[in-house]
Design a protein. Structure first.
Length: 337
């Protein structure tokens, strides 16, 4: 009994921390809207949608999805230029050792340039303010993925997801001949239904959209991007604008432009953000419009990008693209060495 009374007193004096919605209603939404170091879609889709428990987890690519990602990438390039040239000039028997040295140099440069930057610090600060956990994964020495989530159980799910990715890459690597390896390895995990279903669930995609995506990815002749873009084009031809709410986060392809399950998520998010601060709602509306445009343009972008990657991989020269792509730098290097 005495213990219960003590607990009661403890709870009286230690109020539960305010929830994210209350904080946003007060002054946090203005602070976030004014934050210059986070991109708009990152603020809404990666931070707020997870903090408000609309999606279990989000993912952003570092440094590509930083507002100054291109500049940070250039600085890494400068620090590693000599080592890269050495790899490009080397004879086949020396290449392996030089590539390992280059990888080490890129990792050090990334640490120095990206992980000490004000932009990275701002991202970490916002994770703390919104009570989010982070999980960092190196995809390549120059590219990291930062996962954001609230529930601590997600971490073990992410770990098992990474194990599936590594195993799939290894399986694809062993199956392929060396000429195709460099380009196909960048997309290897897309051949694993287990990986695609798990990542779709973690990122909060509706199961109907995930199912269609997996079916098309595993069918050699089908293109998710072409189908999704064609659907938007057809809707417009039919005199109907696509339902923007169905495009509730970037890099997501709804099974149909009017998918009710996807649309429900977008509408729920828009209504909630608008009720917390109409400016947040407005910003999310613009993000969703951009998402539709990205899906519409996607086949062109993907085709151009894949062609570029293949060409560069064959020539073993580095990619100069400034677009926000996962594989833009050092794409030509065979990192298996
Ligand atoms: Zn769907």
């Amino acid at each position: 009994m005495k213990q219960i009374r003590q607990w009661g007193r403890f709870l009286l004096f230690h109020k539960r921390p305010k929830n994210v919605a209350s904080l946003l209603r007060e002054s946090l939404s203005k602070e976030m809207l004014d934050e210059p170091l986070l991109l708009d879609h990152v603020k809404i889709e990666d931070y707020l949608m997870v903090a408000l428990e609309i999606r279990p987890c989000s993912l952003l690519t570092i440094p590509a999805e930083f507002h100054n990602g291109t500049e940070l990438g250039r600085r890494i390039d400068e620090l590693c230029a000599e080592d890269l040239q050495a790899v490009l000039r080397a004879t086949t028997d020396k290449k392996g050792a030089l590539i390992r040295r280059l990888k080490k140099k890129i990792r050090e440069a990334l640490k120095r340039v990206v992980f000490t930057s004000a932009t990275y610090e701002a991202h970490m600060n916002w994770s703390r303010k919104l009570d989010l956990r982070t999980f960092d994964v190196e995809v390549r020495p120059s590219i990291h993925e930062l996962y954001l989530f609230k529930d601590s159980k997600i971490k073990s799910e992410l770990r098992s997801l990474m194990r599936i990715r590594t195993a799939t890459r290894e399986r694809v690597r062993l199956r392929m001949d060396a000429s195709k390896r460099r380009t196909r390895l960048a997309f290897a995990e897309e051949s694993s239904p287990e990986y695609l279903v798990s990542v779709g669930k973690l990122l909060g995609y509706p199961s109907c959209c995930v199912e269609r995506y997996v079916h098309e990815r595993l069918n050699e002749g089908a293109s998710v991007e072409a189908r999704a873009s064609g659907q938007v084009e057809q809707s417009r031809k039919d005199g109907e604008e696509p339902d923007v709410y169905a495009y509730f986060v970037r890099n997501f392809f709804p099974c149909r432009p009017t998918c009710e399950n996807a649309s429900e998520i977008g509408r729920k998010t828009f209504d909630l953000l608008s009720s917390l601060d109409p400016k947040l709602g407005g910003l999310y509306g613009r993000c969703m419009t951009n998402n539709v445009e990205m899906v519409e343009e996607c086949p062109g972008l993907t085709k151009r990008y894949r062609a570029k990657l293949t060409k560069k991989a064959q020539r073993l020269t580095r990619t100069q693209s400034d677009d926000q792509n996962n594989f833009k730098r050092y794409a030509s290097i065979n990192w298996d060495c």
